[in-house]
Write a protein that binds this ligand. Structure first.
Ligand code: UGA
Length: 436
């Protein structure tokens, strides 16, 4: 089956490469000529473990190709995926659908055969109707079914998430749409991944509801962590204790500095906008978004307290280890490290930073931070070290070396990757999240 993937960003590229790996014939299309040129040279536009090898082997097998020419890319494709960005619209938090609409128009104008047009981009409820209307307006006279197929890929684990999904959600009321989508996902279905067929609007809402629920789970445990610190409890034990209840589940209960990334912050805001538009407020998500925003800066204050408070902190140095919003990505979008560095900078603290993959993306977003080539360079002369992202590279720091380099052995572990008693035994003043 021939599949066209319009948009070769994170979602489009991972999905396209995985579909090709399942034996489909995939063309990835992108307007960005330099991105397509680099892909032709085997250079990935993003860091995602395993993606370069997957792309390389499928290009070599002749199943995956790249082009900037939409008409050429969609020619003969039975399924055309729209996987372009839907950033937060400046000013109001609504999802900006201009890229999705532009692709729909171009597809309608250039379509030369019957096809299913699939929105994979995260789009608000009703966008499928819009896409259908736009395609009809172009005068396209081929049979077209517009289907919603949200993605549930986590950055850093996207290939595994694609190949072994908990579920595949397909939103359509159209028989042609259902038939083609079943064919698209047949290799996964044979792997026993459940396919859930629902209405298009339900599929669109499932995506936002899933992300908002996960964001809520994280925010809930973050606030429980704060309470743990006050009452002398251990949030990891509490997480385990509630997560063993099957109705709650153990995942997404790791307390930390607040969620970031390209999805949760943007998607919770977009869901709130939809709720407002339909006069159906979701107050729990309103609270989650607010609590998470303030938490990131509060983490800066936590580090300042570790330095002895605002007065003592002025002029001191902090090493930030981990700048990306999570490990195994170079994505800096809405990373807690940005707000933490700003809070430290505003308090007159000098900040040195290191990240295994995100330095290039981080530098322009954190101009006040001195970027270092290794964790140890950042730690040199530091009065406190803060672990912001749980990269594996920070899980076994050389503590004698850290102590020798740092000005003071103070470690603020915002991801709870170390054990308090080990750190005390190693001679550190150790602060973490939700553990006294
Ligand atoms: C998230 C969802 O997990 C995916 O299912 C979804 O497809 C994706 O958004 C999307 O909409 O495209 P992602 O943003 O890549 O994926 O990363 P997550 O692993 O979900 O982490 C998001 C944030 O929550 C990170 O900042 C992470 O550190 C934080 N987090 C996650 C916690 O603080 N605690 C946890 O227990 C889990």
């Amino acid at each position: 089956m021939k599949i066209a993937m319009v948009g070769s960003g994170y979602v489009g590229l991972v999905s396209g490469a995985c579909f090709a790996d399942f034996g489909h014939d995939v063309v990835c299309i992108d307007k960005d000529q330099s991105k397509i040129d680099r892909l032709h040279d085997g250079v990935m536009p993003i860091y995602e473990p395993g993606l370069d090898a997957l792309v390389e082997s499928n290009v070599a097998a002749g199943r995956l190709s790249f082009t900037t020419d939409l008409a050429e890319g969609i020619a003969g494709a039975q399924a055309i995926f729209i996987a372009v960005g839907t950033p937060s619209r400046r000013g109001d938090g609504h999802a900006d659908l201009s890229f999705v609409h532009a692709v729909a128009r171009e597809v309608g104008e250039k379509l030369a055969n019957d096809a299913v047009v699939v929105t994979k981009s995260t789009v608000p409820v009703g966008t499928g109707d819009e896409v259908e209307r736009i395609i009809a307006e172009t005068g396209c006279n081929h049979r077209v079914a517009v289907v919603s197929n949200p993605e549930f890929l986590r950055e850093g684990a996207a290939i595994a998430d694609f190949k072994r999904p908990d579920r595949i959600v397909i939103g359509t009321e159209d028989d042609f749409g259902r038939e083609v989508m079943r064919e698209v996902y047949r290799p996964l279905f044979l792997n026993e991944s459940p396919i859930l067929f629902v209405s298009r609007r339900s599929a669109e809402l499932i995506k936002y509801a899933a992300n908002a629920f996960l964001a809520t789970k994280i925010t809930f445990i973050n606030e429980i962590a704060d309470l743990c610190e006050k009452v002398g409890a251990n949030v990891q034990d509490v997480s385990r204790g509630i997560g063993m209840d099957n109705r709650i589940g153990p995942k997404f209960l790791h307390a930390g500095p607040g969620y970031g990334g390209s999805c949760f912050p943007k998607d919770t805001l977009a869901l709130l906008k939809t709720a407002e538009d339909y006069d159906s407020p979701i107050r729990i998500v309103e609270a989650v978004a607010k609590v998470n925003e303030s938490r990131k800066r509060a983490m800066g204050r936590k580090v300042i307290d570790a330095l002895g408070g605002p007065e003592a902190a002025r002029g001191k140095k902090v090493a930030l280890l981990g700048l990306t919003f999570k490990p195994n990505t170079d994505d800096m979008r809405d990373s807690p490290a940005i707000a933490i560095a700003q809070a430290l900078g505003d308090a007159g603290v000098n900040v040195a930073g290191y990240d295994p993959e995100g330095m290039e993306q981080a530098a322009p977003l954190m101009p006040e931070v001195q970027m270092c080539k290794s964790p140890y360079e950042a730690i040199e002369g530091a009065d406190a070290i803060a672990i912001v992202t749980e990269w594996d590279a920070f899980r076994a720091l050389d503590f004698p070396r850290v102590k020798a380099l740092a000005n003071a052995p103070v470690l603020v572990d915002l991801r709870n990757i170390y054990k308090p008693d080990h750190m005390l035994a190693a001679g550190f003043t150790y602060l973490s999240i939700g553990r006294s």
